[in-house]
Design a protein around this ligand. Structure first.
Ligand SMILES: *Cc1c(COP(=O)(O)O)cnc(C)c1O
Length: 457
């Protein structure tokens, strides 16, 4: 197996420590076995999310010092605008403090009650923003996406027939836009092919429906196209990204992912009239259109991060690092979702602890074991997050019970990943001893953030 050697060296360090086992046990009990409630300082390796957790480069830190904090028309905005325009080719660049703010503003302008918005799979915040406006968020991803072991190079693709069906059923009057999430976060960070993007674009154009990217991981998606799609091997990432964006009318972006910053986001748009409406609303909700809820220095850091994220040396390490963890786990016989995604590895909890039924949260059993054994924080993506009780009182369970190991960008080294794999290996050997959980108290919605649990004996 090739070792993914880091294409950077370390100039500044942040100490981390593995607390003694008794202290970890105490934290678990105090937190009601909910890892969202454990202080970050008590975590050794934090794989909760790749969002806002990137390490910035020396160039980005230097750029921060050059932030122009003028309220209007700051120099930093123009620098940021130029970089986004050069990557996307989209003329209107509108900053927002993070991805969901960009979504909220775009949808508030375009979506009305009763509308339907198709996507490959909506990310939580796009779904919630659409439903909040009284519209329906419709997932149209290819069926392969729901089979954890099915090998498909572009498992994030939109099913064109499902999209056609949606347009036939609801009519273009009720579909104010079509979105495509690149890479498809909720489907395991799986990429979308250029061919698929082109087909969706053409269909949208035929029906005069605006087409947008949820572009949080556009650079990782571009890299997968270069690696996997015929005809793109010799194209640069910048050229591939430029072609992808040439097919859309705009995008929303969470800069906390592929802009390598800790906070930020933006909208990029083609249409003048839409851009004006968005800016008018932005002033109300985020701030003047040249800062959009951010400081000038944040815009500088985003601009520098966007230039770095499209570099091949960065991306080939990034994707190889994630795959390396996947391969280490696979070699140990730990069941993981295939192919490996761009930002995370997903463990199939049902296959690892088949003795724990879905109503006892098998994924959470592994999440707890990871912290107990190695101070590692991961997140359950299964029944704890999604199971719902119907009005008749029956439980509806999700199709998959997964544990996500998200890899922050440029933060952990090969040995950190080896430690994670070794810890999961230990857990696997004693998997039959793991216990399920029961809910002690839970809020009415977004339960997983604050739920408290009890370990069954
Ligand atoms: C993170 C994310 C968002 C939301 O962005 P925030 O910056 O967290 O508000 C939207 N879409 C996708 C695909 C994401 O990964």
């Amino acid at each position: 197996m090739n070792i993914p050697v880091e294409p950077f060296k370390i100039k500044m360090v942040e100490p981390i420590q593995l607390l003694p086992r008794e202290e970890r046990e105490r934290w678990l009990r105090e937190a009601g076995f909910n890892l969202f409630k454990i202080p970050a300082e008590a975590v050794f390796i934090d794989l909760l999310t790749d969002s806002g957790t990137s390490a910035m480069s020396d160039r980005q830190w230097a750029a921060l010092m050059q932030g122009d904090e003028a309220y209007a028309q700051s120099r930093s905005f123009f620098r940021f605008q130029e970089v986004v325009q050069s990557i996307t080719g989209l003329p209107h660049v509108i900053p927002a403090h993070q991805g969901r703010a960009a979504e909220n503003i775009l949808f508030s302008v375009l979506v009305k009650p009763g509308d339907v918005v198709p996507n490959n799979i909506h990310f939580d915040t796009t779904r919630a923003n659409i439903e909040y406006l009284g519209a329906t968020a419709l997932d149209c991803v290819i069926d392969e996406a729901y089979d954890p072991y099915r090998e498909h190079p572009f498992k994030g693709n939109m099913d064109i027939h499902k999209l056609q069906q949606a347009i036939r059923t609801y009519g273009r009057e009720r579909i104010p836009l079509v979105m495509l999430t690149i890479t498809n976060n909720s489907g395991g960070g799986q990429p979308v092919s250029m061919e698929n993007i082109r087909q969706v674009s053409q269909l949208c154009r035929e029906h005069r429906i605006p087409f947008f990217f949820d572009a949080a991981r556009f650079a990782e998606n571009s890299f997968f196209i270069q690696q996997r799609e015929p005809g793109y091997q010799n194209k640069s990432i910048a050229d591939i990204a430029r072609e992808m964006f040439s097919y859309v009318d705009g995008c929303t972006m969470s800069a906390k992912k592929d802009a390598l910053v800790n906070i930020g986001g933006f909208l990029a748009l083609r249409d003048d009239e839409l851009a004006q409406k968005v800016k008018d609303l932005l002033i109300l909700k985020e701030g003047f259109p040249t800062y959009g809820g951010l400081a000038g220095r944040d815009l500088e850091a985003m601009a520098a991060g966007l230039q770095e994220v499209v570099q091949e040396s960065y991306l080939s390490h990034r994707v190889a690092q994630v795959a390396y963890l996947g391969q280490l786990l696979q070699e140990k016989g730990i069941p993981v979702v295939k192919p490996f995604g761009g930002h995370a590895i997903y463990v199939d909890a049902r296959a690892l602890v088949p003795h724990i039924p879905q109503e006892q949260f098998p994924g959470q059993a592994i999440v707890v074991a990871l912290y107990r054994e190695g101070g590692i924080r991961a997140v359950e993506i299964g029944s704890l997050m999604f199971a719902r009780q119907t009005e008749a009182g029956n439980w509806e369970f999700p199709r998959m019970e997964l544990v996500r190991l998200a890899i922050p960008r440029r933060v952990y080294t090969v040995s950190h990943l080896q430690f994670v794999a070794q810890t999961l290996g230990t857990i696997q050997q004693r998997a039959a001893d793991l216990k399920g959980f029961r809910i002690r108290s839970a809020p009415p919605f977004l339960r997983h953030f604050t739920v408290e649990l009890e370990e069954l004996q």
